[in-house]
Design a protein around this ligand. Structure first.
Ligand code: FAD
Length: 500
């Protein structure tokens, strides 16, 4: 297959899911992936290897605008960042699709409603075999199809935490998860959040949609294929060629359709690096490519009770959305609270280098570990830029009042649940795990690079399908929304481009 009908750049949630949506269409499809498959080695379940030695982190450095270089936690493997994800596969709430006022400003409306998008969420939940339950969470939007699998069970210390939160009048709910817990634990008794999935325990982009897509003999994956830039036709209206490097060789492909799914930061970088008549890169007549970079404002919160051990293995089964739409006092939204995977001394050591390991082991052994997540609002000055081959990040955080409010109210709640020590620490730019917004979709070509089906307004045969298209970050994990839109775009391509 020298030249495919469709080339998809990247095999993460966006790329793999759109490939699965196009399977069976008869089109020849080639997925170009920069990384290789993750090997199954003992490192995969060693917190020392993963968090202290940073065995899986890329070798590349990014730079803060006007500042220092840093090594980002952005993963380049078949399946992309989802190989390491916490497998929370949650829908944006219905209200997230409309304009919503926050403490730090306004979150704009999506170009379509929740009701229009809902069937694609249901299809994505089926594809990723999501486990969950309806009726526990007051913010849960309408589901046309219930979850097909029961939620991953709470371990005893978490069942206790659920009861404690309920006793305060709150509504803890089971996290919707793409985790086959028996398969995961069979390969090692650890949590899965931030651990690489080298088996079948997590339903990530590779074990879910990519495997389904590659069952079609017309779909192929090539690894170690690093896309460098895109070339347009002389009039600029279409993509004429993809230029990439594989095994040291420069290669070119000229498919009918190009689907760019390299992740929000790398897709923006590829577009910005590509030559254009304006010198501003491709798909960029709106001057919005690379702008509106969002990444959630989030903190880890450890609720510690020296009298009680937390001997959970995986822990990550609960969320709390009581403060999602309001601060609980009829004020503006704060955000989502969910459990982290069980923390241990090595994970803490990676962040708190000055404390002795035995003290960190003790602390971790007596803590229930939470993740507080608040909406990061789109801001054109929050940007991904390029300087030659280098990625430059200018992340303007927004809406930090929500994180402060959520931290305050959760500290009070956890103390009321009987944890005398509650510590919190925000995540920083080294963790761009919820990156989104850099190539946003919208109804107006003057203000958005993509139309509501993720087609570039400027180039009729280019689609961008990854976290970059998200116009808002909401305050929930992004993967299910990326997957649902990928299925919606695949359906659109089948109807508009591939119909006989
Ligand atoms: C530790 C961690 C935990 C997370 N937990 C959750 C969670 O619980 N729930 C959730 O919803 N989200 C979670 N996320 C975020 C989630 O993983 C991402 O939102 C999602 O994977 C993004 O998918 P994507 O397709 O946009 O991009 P990516 O996953 O980044 O995929 C892009 C792909 O393109 C490839 N690529 C990049 N550049 C090039 C190039 N130049 N040429 C060719 N290929 C290229 C990459 O190697 C990669 O395979 C987590 C992320 C991390 C890191």
């Amino acid at each position: 297959m020298a030249n495919a009908d469709i080339v998809i750049i990247g095999s993460g949630i966006g790329g793999a899911t759109i490939a699965s949506g196009l399977a069976g269409s008869g089109a020849s499809i080639l997925i170009l992936e920069r990384g290789e498959p993750l090997p199954a080695t003992p490192h995969a379940r060693s917190t020392r290897s993963i968090f202290v030695d940073e065995h899986y982190r890329p070798k590349e450095m990014w730079r803060e605008a006007g500042g220092a270089a840093f090594n980002p936690g952005n993963y380049y493997y078949v399946g992309g960042n989802s190989k390491f994800f916490g497998a929370v596969l949650i829908r944006y709430r219905k209200e997230d699709f409309s304009e919503l006022e926050h403490f730090g400003g306004v979150s704009p409306a999506w170009p379509f409603s929740y009701d229009e998008f809902e069937p694609w969420y249901s299809k994505a939940e089926q594809l990723f075999r999501v486990r969950g339950t309806l009726g526990e969470d007051p913010t849960e939007p309408f589901h046309s199809i219930p979850y097909a699998f029961k939620p991953v069970p709470d371990e005893p210390p978490i069942a206790r935490a659920r009861a404690e939160l309920k006793s305060l009048g709150l509504h803890p709910a089971s996290l919707p998860l793409g985790v086959d817990i028996e398969a995961w634990l069979k390969e090692g008794r650890t949590g899965w959040d931030a651990f690489p999935n080298t088996g079948q325990g997590k339903i990530d982009a590779q074990t879910g949609p990519l495997t389904a897509a590659l069952a079609d003999k017309n779909i192929r994956l090539e690894t170690g294929a690093h896309v460098d830039w895109l070339e347009t036709t002389p009039d600029g209206g279409s993509i004429a060629a993809i230029h990439y490097t594989q095994n040291g060789a420069q290669k070119t492909l000229s498919p009918k359709l190009v689907i760019l799914s390299a992740g929000a930061i790398n897709s923006a970088a590829i577009l910005l690096r590509s030559p254009s008549a304006t010198g501003k890169g491709l798909a960029n007549s709106s001057d919005q490519v690379g702008r509106n970079f969002m990444n959630h404002n989030s903190s880890a919160m450890l609720a510690i009770d020296p009298r009680r051990r937390n001997d959970s293995v995986y822990q990550k089964t609960l969320m709390l959305n009581d403060y999602y739409l309001s601060d609980g006092k009829d004020g503006k939204p704060l955000g989502n609270v969910q459990l982290l995977g069980k923390i241990d001394g090595n994970m803490l050591k990676a962040n708190v280098k000055t404390m002795p390991k035995f003290a960190l082991d003790y602390m971790a052994g007596h803590a229930v570990d939470w993740y507080l997540m608040c909406e990061d609002l789109p801001d054109p000055e929050s940007r991904i830029m390029v300087d030659g081959k280098e990625i430059v990040m200018q992340w303007q955080r927004s809406n930090m009042q929500s994180l402060e409010g959520l931290t305050k109210v959760m500290r009070q709640n956890l103390r009321a649940c009987g944890y005398p020590i509650v510590l919190s620490r925000p995540f920083d730019k080294r963790t761009p795990s919820h990156q989104c917004g850099t190539v946003k979709m919208g109804n107006d070509p003057a203000t958005s690079p993509l139309d509501p089906f993720c087609r570039a307004w400027d180039h009729q045969n280019l689609f961008v399908v990854d976290g970059g298209f998200l116009p808002t970050s909401a305050a929930v994990n992004p993967a299910l929304s990326i997957a649902a839109q990928a299925l919606r775009v695949a359906d659109h391509i089948r109807r508009t481009e591939l119909a006989a």
